[in-house]
Design a protein around this ligand. Sequence first.
Ligand SMILES: Nc1ncnc2c1ncn2[C@@H]1O[C@H](COP(=O)(O)OP(=O)(O)O)[C@@H](O)[C@H]1O
Ligand SMILES: O=P(O)(O)O[C@H]1O[C@H](CO)[C@@H](O[C@H]2O[C@H](CO)[C@@H](O)[C@H](O)[C@H]2O)[C@H](O)[C@H]1O
Length: 382
Amino acid sequence: MEAALWDLVENARWFGGRGREPRLLGVRPLEPVADVRSLLVDVGYADGQQETYHVPVVESERPALVEAVDDGLKLWEAFTAGSPDLVLLGTGPAPTAARRFAGEQSNTNVFFDNGTLLKVLRRVEPGGDIEAEVLGALKGSGAAPELYGTWKHGDVGLGILVEALADPHDGYDMAVEHASADRSFAEHAHALGVGLATVHQRLRESLGTGTTDPTRLAATFTSRYAAAAASVEQLRPFGDRTERTFGALAGVTVPTQRIHGDCHLGQTLFSAGRWRYVDFEGEPMKTVPERRELDSPLRDVAGMLRSFEYAAEAGAADADWLAGARRAFTAGYGLEEPTRDPLLTAYELDKAIYEAVYEARFRPHLLDVPLSGIDALLGSAG
Ligand SMILES: Nc1ncnc2c1ncn2[C@@H]1O[C@H](COP(=O)(O)OP(=O)(O)O)[C@@H](O)[C@H]1O
Ligand SMILES: O=P(O)(O)O[C@H]1O[C@H](CO)[C@@H](O[C@H]2O[C@H](CO)[C@@H](O)[C@H](O)[C@H]2O)[C@H](O)[C@H]1O
């Protein structure tokens, strides 16, 4: 059984350990709920790092491994079993059918025919129930799918049950389509700005606010740049200008709060004429405690602005298309004169540096997009 489980994990789309000499350290079975038992699979790597993967299975007499995501109605039964781990928030009709999402995904979505969707989290860790916490704060806002249920063991988030949006369209795909057809995206960008402002207002009200020391923030940005430049040599020529841009933050006031943390067009869905933000797990390369830290909401704004640049590039749009989308988005968000804001410029620069590391690692053919973005940002920052 353990061999079959390890084979499943190693070959799963959501397994992030390929090429890192993974080995199975052990399996921690949780108490079953109805017919569903979560297995926590501990994986070790040659460099000493460890990860835990979540594999819910169906308890059966047969000596076969049946993934619960392939038998979604069993998962729903577990939600109605009265366990403290799987909790339904409110009531609604029970589903009669379930379907596992077949596409590329880092978690596993199971769609039910009662208009709900269970996102089964795969790489799990203590404190990792961030998305449930954030969606809880956004309930009723209309800016994100509604949260219908939570699945956790202690403080290890195992899944979330949310509103399944009807016929959803990915924001990045839509922006690229508009760019390619030379159709303005400004109206959508404006609505996305309004939506992000709503998200931020709710998170401010529910999860607290603070301020951060600009000098410390500049130091964090600078050290992120140094780490990035150590691994991506194409970033090295920007050293002096980057330091000056981050140095310009001295004396700037930086209000902070909980934010999305990995905000870009690919985290937005258009459904029934409305935009929603999804995937509130935070920046994938950060640790869980780092993802919970209060941050400037301008980090999210910067993420979306960078995303418009990617869409413009992919759709071969001209400078006016991009300028129009940026202006409409920031106006919808409620910002004036965003190009003159040194804090927003610093966040855009930090995001572009993050993107350069991401592209160098996963999509080298796109590395020029953040590199030319960095050049332009440093030019405008003087
Ligand atoms: N609330 C939702 N309603 C409908 N479809 C959704 C919803 N959230 C995500 N999806 C769809 O599920 C698929 C996978 O989601 P994605 O966010 O890419 O997963 P992951 O972050 O786990 O890689 C995408 O096709 C996305 O459009
Ligand atoms: O969706 P994820 O949470 O996995 O986010 C990661 O992958 C994104 C790419 O899919 C990456 O986004 C970058 O590429 C997008 C276009 O494909 C672009 O719209 C974004 O602006 C750009 O950052 C994201 O940074 C990464 O965390």
